[in-house]
Design a protein around this ligand. Structure first.
Ligand code: ZN
Ligand code: FE
Ligand code: FE
Length: 179
């Protein structure tokens, strides 16, 4: 049985390396999916602040895609996506919220924030793990790149919380359900 070592590059064909690559592919697919989904959330939102939050996270998300390409390059792998069923499902839920709520309502905005935060939390979980595994595998530059993305995901999540608590939730409470 192989023993552990802190030497970079010593375990490049380990099962952990394989898992790491797989999770990178999952995120590569997920980020590309979010590049397509965020404009729909932006378009469906009515609060200007929320629209702006989705739009600025779209710009960041495009960078997440290219950062992952850089990561693949650094580990000597072809950038390749593999369907992430979790983000696919969260995106479907987002569409469902849009279908089931009325335009220009705070209720819809509350739902869009839920969808956005579900995506952020998934990304935070995955990038958090990826940063740790990158360090374990001795990929320090990769770990740094992934932590930049991780902090952008965390900030996006915090921003959505602020927007919800800054008025949208209370506004939605005032909206009366029509018969
Ligand atoms: Zn992202
Ligand atoms: Fe996934
Ligand atoms: Fe994100």
């Amino acid at each position: 049985m192989a023993t552990t070592t802190s030497q970079a590059g010593s375990a490049r064909n380990s099962k952990l390396q394989e898992f790491f690559k797989d999770q990178l592919k999952d995120m590569y697919w997920a980020e590309q999916k979010l590049v397509k989904t965020l404009p729909k959330l932006e378009e469906a939102a009515s609060s200007a602040e929320l629209k702006q939050a989705f739009n600025s996270h779209l710009q960041e998300t495009k960078n997440h895609v290219s950062r992952l390409e850089k990561v693949f390059e650094l580990i000597g792998e072809q950038a390749e996506g593999k369907k992430c069923p979790a983000i696919a499902g969260i995106a479907d839920e987002g569409e469902e919220i849009i279908d089931e709520t009325e335009e220009n309502t705070a209720q819809r905005d509350v739902g869009l924030i839920f969808a956005g935060q579900k995506a952020e939390h998934y990304e935070i979980a995955t990038y958090g793990g990826l940063v740790q595994v990158a360090k374990t595998l001795g990929y320090s530059e990769v770990a740094e790149l992934l932590s930049v993305t991780l902090s952008e995901e965390k900030n996006a999540d915090i921003k959505l919380t602020r927007i919800a608590e800054g008025g949208i939730n209370v506004q939605a409470k005032e909206e009366i359900q029509e018969a």
